[in-house]
Design a protein around this ligand. Structure first.
Ligand SMILES: [Zn+2]
Length: 143
């Protein structure tokens, strides 16, 4: 029996075991699994950062995450916390894709960021809780 195109695609898709052996990113099927790739340069990560208005240059690194240009809609106060929240949600989203078999989904990631921002707002000083509301705007605007 001849193999059809769909069967060829499935057979040619690298298995999770092959990904790990080649250290390929399991979200975009290219790029090595470096920290910089997973958080900043993966095609899915770049889509996410672009959606929330954070520009990622080709030389950006996680070691200099704090130097990323702040979008005008995100308050200066607690900006590093905002970047941590985004990075943490990207990591958790990747975990769901790799270990739970979910498809990458920008709307799902943005929704989880928004929910997490609401939770994290409880850890901010009472006078600064509106900062987290401002964080939610780019997550909501782009869903
Ligand atoms: Zn990738």
């Amino acid at each position: 029996m001849a193999a059809g195109p769909a069967q060829d695609t499935v057979q040619n898709k690298p298995t999770a075991q092959e990904h790990r052996r080649q250290c390929l990113c399991e979200v975009c099927n290219s790029g090595s699994e470096s920290t910089d790739h997973l958080i900043l340069h993966c095609s899915f990560a770049t889509q996410f950062w672009a959606a929330i208005g954070v520009e990622i240059s080709g030389t950006a690194s996680v070691s200099t995450l704090w130097e990323l240009q702040r979008p005008p809609t995100v308050p200066d106060a607690f900006y590093s916390t905002y970047l941590l929240l985004c990075s943490w949600q990207l990591w958790k989203h990747r975990h769901d894709v790799v270990f739970r078999g979910l498809e990458p989904s920008l709307p799902r990631l943005l929704l989880s960021c928004k929910e997490e921002a609401r939770l994290w707002s409880c850890r901010l000083p009472r006078a600064d809780r509106l900062v987290a509301e401002a964080w939610c705007a780019p997550f909501s605007f782009n869903m």
